[in-house]
Design a protein around this ligand. Sequence first.
Ligand SMILES: [Zn+2]
Length: 322
Amino acid sequence: MNYALRMHGVNVARLAAVLVGGLAAASQAQPPQTSAAPPPLVRENATVKLTDHVWAIPDFNVGLVPNVGIVVGSNATLVVDTGLGPRNGETIVREMKKVSTNAEVFVATTHYHPEHSLGAAAFKGAKVIMPRVHQEEMAEVGKQIQDTFARRSPLTAELLNAAVYPTPDIVFDREYRLDLGGVHARLLWRGPVTMHTRGDTMIFVEEDRALFTGDVVMSQRFLAAQNTSSITAWLATLDELASLMPRTVVPSHGKIGDAALIARDRAFLQAAQARAAELKRAGKSSDEAVAAVVAEIAPNYPEWGNPSGAAAVARAAYAQAR
Ligand SMILES: [Zn+2]
């Protein structure tokens, strides 16, 4: 079995070496949008109970739809992520009202990307909570990505038309503990370096041991790194998240699972980081290291789709390797 995989790896490596330019280009490109792509709408009547106080509206693995969290205490409710634009936010409000009658509502966004934060306007009277850096990043680069997402299809344009980023009511630095009545949510920020974004926010529901990871952990796809992402910081954060011993892990995208999701992302990041560093020390270029990681390591994660999805992580790891 190992031998067969290695042989497969060698063949793919050769192919990748030839295609390296193309692969690098593909990693920068947007995924192709076809008319067959499901619409980026949060699904109505889909809310599921995960633990005593935690519900989720699953994303059904649809692009630009997040797994939405609803944490219900005896006094207040916390919603995690708001959908792509106010129309999706309104769907979440309707779903929330089916499982919660609390008048006090808090809204947390896991990062500034539009499908996480631009539905917030639908939550009238809610208190928005976010880390300071998350707010700064939203103000600096939010509009730009909103425009990029709006150009993807007539529907994304309609959903994001006139959508505005939320203004936080509560801003914190590294951590904020929210008492919802009988259940507590710890909001965590572990910057200042970039993981998926600079503002990545994770939420741990203490009593239920349920963890919302944003895009710091992903399911059914490769982690999405930027060129400036610190893979070392990312690994340290994954270690901290694992140390919380969550029983339920809700990534922002893909199937909801348990701590095995964290472990699998960690194993991949570590393997990609080690290989990229080794090749850099051997004098190889960034493109060569990216091709090697895509060819040799990414195929070990077939459930994450096209191996070229690993390129961005490899590129970031190479850039930081000494
Ligand atoms: Zn994102």
